[in-house]
Design a protein around this ligand. Structure first.
Ligand SMILES: Cc1cc2nc3c(=O)[nH]c(=O)nc-3n(C[C@H](O)[C@H](O)[C@H](O)COP(=O)(O)OP(=O)(O)OC[C@H]3O[C@@H](n4cnc5c(N)ncnc54)[C@H](O)[C@@H]3O)c2cc1C
Length: 382
């Protein structure tokens, strides 16, 4: 067993850390307070390969393995959670399914644009009555000659108003099916942008599909394969939420250590108080536990093994830990932690989303239990 990073991984991690620390981190507060997507930063990130992380080198991408991709998400999250989520959705929920399930023609048409900053990806699964019960989706895809007509409403599409290409999941005659839908498709409209508690740099929009005309050539996979395609994408994305939790907790811990060394009460820095030391020690322990889960699950993925079960375990543990760690690190800041000028309150709000997005903690619990009971011959239902 060897936990050391390879030369390449060390090189990539340094490159990610340098860019994130220098370019993204100073913008985090502005991104949150202005509720603005970091459009300029995202364009700069193109040159660093952040949009093409998972695209094979043969297709002019970075060809990162899953673990190195997790290092990228961790560094992004440490600098700014909104930027991290935008690039996670793009890479895990659009680029990866296109690489895995796209035809040569689809890759030819879209991969370069997705890699080089012309098209940001988005993923449209959730609907008003289909959140945790994603299979209950009501958006339809009716065949009309060489096209499909997509009709329905998708909720909370991250990257919505920035996106050039949407992976839309809808019901066709042959079952749930995935489509690549361009933003200028007639009948597609990006609607209302939600006001959110955290991750306020991520535009989260309603997507209206009013008989949006999508060429059959843009169907991703066969009719009926859409749910599986979405699930596979979500496996990677859930592991990625572990990496976001890791970066978020590391930043929260860093903020709390610095604050506790500078802030004086009872004539000493509060770092001298044992309860503060306990908070710090517990947070570090959570950080290292998340890192182990992310590392192990990424190893399963990189070695070609099924990592779905461990992606749920990683997501469940990491999201909960991020909730707990940011809460405690805010407590270390006392009243200052409640004030906008300290990064910890932003991380507290941003990390809270991790227990909801890409499948709630309760749904991860169900999925983990389902696998265990299935191994014993019992089928359980959500
Ligand atoms: C910031 C943000 C960004 C998002 N981005 C996207 C995106 O880009 N694309 C996209 O498609 N979606 C996106 N979503 C939607 C997200 O995936 C859903 O919010 C999530 O899957 C939960 O669905 P829901 O909100 O409808 O909650 P519901 O499914 O209605 O759940 C409500 C509560 O009931 C619980 N619950 C539901 N069913 C069960 C059960 N069987 N057993 C136990 N408890 C249960 C849930 O855990 C939750 O606590 C985003 C959401 C947020 C907050």
């Amino acid at each position: 067993m060897d936990f050391r990073l390879s030369e390449d991984q060390l090189m990539f991690r340094k490159m990610f850390a340098d860019f994130c620390t220098k370019e993204i981190r100073p913008q985090g507060e502005h991104i949150d307070q202005a509720e603005e997507a970091p459009v300029d930063l995202l364009q700069k990130a193109v040159d660093q390969g952040f949009w093409a992380a998972l695209v094979p080198e043969a297709m002019e991408g970075c060809g990162l393995d899953v673990y190195t991709y997790m290092l990228m998400l961790e560094e992004l999250a440490r600098a700014d959670m909104s930027t991290a989520l935008i690039l996670s959705v793009h890479n895990s929920l659009m680029v990866k399914p296109l690489i895995d399930h796209g035809t040569d023609d689809q890759k030819e048409r879209y991969l370069a644009a997705l890699s080089f900053g012309e098209m940001l990806g988005a993923f449209a699964l959730t609907e008003p009555a289909a959140g945790s019960d994603a299979a209950a989706l009501a958006t339809t895809a009716n065949r009309d000659g060489d096209d499909y007509l997509l009709k329905g409403t998708k909720l909370w599409v991250s990257n919505g108003e920035l996106a050039g290409l949407f992976l839309v999941v809808a019901k066709a005659a042959g079952g749930i099916t995935a489509f690549l839908v361009e933003k200028d498709t007639p009948g597609l409209k990006v609607g209302y942008r939600e006001k959110t508690l955290g991750l306020r740099g991520v535009p989260c929009n309603t997507l209206y599909l009013d008989n949006a005309r999508v060429p059959a050539a843009n169907r991703l996979g066969e009719e009926g394969q859409g749910f599986k395609i979405a699930q596979h994408a979500l496996d990677l994305s859930r592991l990625g939420m572990g990496a976001l939790a890791l970066g978020g907790c590391e930043r929260a811990l860093e903020e709390a250590i610095r604050f506790s060394m500078e802030h004086i009460q009872f004539n000493v820095p509060i770092a001298q108080k044992q309860i503060i030391q306990n908070y710090i020690a517990n947070a570090k322990t959570e950080v290292e536990a998340i890192r182990c889960l992310v590392t192990y699950t990424a190893w399963l993925a990189d070695s070609g093994q099924d990592f779905s079960h461990h992606a749920s375990i990683t997501k469940l543990f990491s999201a909960r830990a991020a909730h707990e760690v940011t809460d405690k690190m805010l407590q270390v800041h006392g009243g200052y932690g409640y004030m906008k000028e300290y990064a910890i309150e932003r991380y507290y709000r941003d990390c809270r989303a991790l227990e909801i997005i890409e499948g709630t903690s309760q749904i991860q619990q169900f999925l983990i239990a389902r696998d265990l009971y299935k191994a014993e011959g019992l089928e359980i239902r959500p």
